[in-house]
Write a new protein. Structure first.
Lengths: 156, 397
């Protein structure tokens, strides 16, 4: 594993993926949040998993002002450094490329996010409900909140 | 075409008696494929927490799991202290570490007892659970509770362990050391346990990395990941200890890692008690007035592996989003690798080797013949065939 100097790490990242990075937030205790374009997710995730040998921890899906945010958490276990890739997904077209074909650990959490928020993961091998089984409507997404400017998406 | 049988294990799990459904697709005795279903006890805790204050969340996350009831508050406290940039007094760090390690010992003992029982070693079961009581006694002495200890708060702990109790706790801890060694010897020297667990349920390094498995499951495959070491928190950087690993990759290696970890935990607690006695009594938390908007990424090493809590705050007094990832969420996925190609009688111990942690509801499972629909075996039968295999092995030896 290449030793990375975390002082300059955000700059290296910018150098490699400048056009894909929308924002960078350096938090305390070895934490970095990187906002990226959703189209670049697989490429950047691959950089962390394959080249830097990070471990995929989990992804967190949440409501944002317009659509949804998904944060993919990666951990470098040799240093305890965590990189969090944040993508914004438009409410009108809630879809993103699946990571499950790249790393099996992403399989179930993508199913879960699909289920609770209604985000569609393209090319996922088995995008069925994970926790609510078959007795829950496919169109019901319990965690999704309607955004302020789109009343159509209001759910009961 | 050969005849295939589907054997559902669960939702009432044959080993842990908790709800989770595994469908084993078998050809004769051999497991060819496995499917997994969860959600039988989904309580929407992440959603509930959005309506609780930061302090109330501790009591909710403590009840996610009965066995590792401190690891969730631990990770949540780490996350909140990261957002709020809160420093924790040394004494609180030691107390947190002591509680975390006591929990590791009692959780591993519980697992060892169950694993012994399902291999047909009821003596191991009786011993392990008997000695687990000694740990629960220490909990009762130090926290006032045997299971949900309610010790954590943002900025420290709720209750002190007074210095006059330290010598008593040390005595209780000394009493448990020979018992742990006894169990270690009983398991490591038994040829039948070796025969039942070695080269069974293999998980290679590649499998672990692909499925993102953590904790003793990963460490038994030679991957030395341990949050206590990699991303140190609480008092772990202040004491001497080592990460236990094994290269066996099988069920035996997982047992070995857990047994040795218990001894390591005793040593950590011992050192914490010594160092704690030099800190100021009563200085157990720093008051926190408000939590700013931001992100917190909290991790803690539970008995089963890394617990991860992500908290998004918005400047109010409750989380805007709280994501919880328990270690079993990633560890259970490895069954897809470890079970396939193994026999049905080994499946129970392989599923148990990961120490899967669900929560408690009760349902009943039966195995049906894939074609006739006739019931052929239930959960108890699976345990029986596993115990039968051990018996046969003993007779041969």
């Amino acid at each position: 594993m290449a030793a990375v100097n975390y002082e300059i790490f955000p700059d290296i990242l910018k150098l490699n993926f400048d056009s894909d990075i929308l924002g960078l937030m350096v938090l305390q205790r070895k934490r970095l949040v990187v906002q990226i374009r959703k189209e670049a997710l697989l490429e950047i995730a691959n950089y962390f998993l394959d080249e830097l040998k990070y471990r995929f921890v989990i992804a967190s899906g949440m409501n944002a002002d317009h659509g949804y945010d998904i944060i993919y958490h990666f951990s470098d276990d040799s240093t305890g450094y965590m990189v969090n890739l944040m993508v914004n997904i438009d409410e009108k077209k809630p879809e993103i490329e699946s990571m499950a074909n790249m790393i099996s650990a992403a399989n179930w959490i993508e199913r879960e996010i699909h289920e609770i928020l209604g985000v569609n993961f393209i090319n996922h091998p088995n995008l069925t409900n994970l926790i609510s089984g078959e007795n829950w409507e496919e169109t019901e997404h319990p965690y999704a909140r309607p955004s302020r400017d789109n009343k159509k998406s209001q759910r009961t | 075409m050969s005849k295939k049988t589907v054997i559902p294990i669960g939702p009432y799990h044959p080993l842990q008696e908790e709800p989770e459904l595994f469908k084993l697709y078998c050809e004769g005795e051999i497991v060819r494929d496995i499917e997994w279903e969860t959600g039988y006890n989904h309580r929407g805790i992440e959603k509930i927490n959005e309506s609780k204050t930061f302090d109330q969340v501790f009591f909710v996350v403590e009840r996610i799991c009965g066995i590792c009831s401190t690891s969730h508050p631990f990770a949540y406290a780490n996350a909140m202290e990261e957002v709020g940039r809160v420093e924790v007094p040394d004494r609180a760090k030691f107390i947190r570490t002591i509680i975390g390690e006591l929990e590791r010992i009692h959780s591993h003992l519980l697992w060892l007892g169950l694993a012994g029982h399902f291999l047909g070693y009821n003596t191991v079961f009786m011993w392990a659970w008997k000695y687990r009581e000694m740990i629960l006694d220490i909990f009762e002495k130090t926290t006032g509770n045997r299971n949900n200890y309610a010790m954590f708060r943002i900025g420290g702990v709720r209750r002190d362990i007074p210095n006059i109790h330290i010598s008593d706790v040390k005595k209780m801890l000394d009493a448990i050391k020979p018992k742990l060694n006894l169990l270690l010897g009983a398991v490591m020297d038994d040829p039948v346990i070796h025969a039942r667990t070695k080269k069974v349920g293999i998980l290679t390094k590649e499998d672990i990395i692909d499925y993102g498995a953590v904790g003793p499951t990963a460490r038994a495959s030679g991957i030395a990941i341990d949050v206590r070491h990699d991303d140190p928190y609480a008092a772990y950087p202040l004491v001497d200890w080592k990460v236990i690993t094994s290269d066996g990759c099988d069920v035996y290696a997982k047992t070995e890692v857990r047994l040795l970890e218990m001894l390591e935990s005793v040593s950590i607690i011992d050192q914490c008690l010594d160092k704690m006695s030099h800190t100021k009594e009563g200085s157990i938390y720093n008051p926190v007035k408000e939590i700013p908007a931001g992100f917190g990424f909290g991790r803690a090493e539970a008995p089963r592996g890394e617990v991860f809590h992500f908290v998004k705050t918005d400047g109010s007094n409750s989380p805007a989003r709280h994501k919880v990832r328990a270690p079993s969420y990633v560890n259970i996925a490895t069954f897809k690798k470890s079970c396939i190609g193994q026999t049905i009688s080994d499946a129970t111990i392989i599923l148990a080797a990961v120490d899967p942690c669900y929560c408690c509801t009760e349902r009943m499972a039966f195995a049906y013949d894939y074609y006739s629909g006739k019931q052929i075996m239930n959960g108890l039968d699976l345990i029986r065939i596993s115990q039968q295999k051990t018996k046969e092995l003993k007779m041969k030896m």
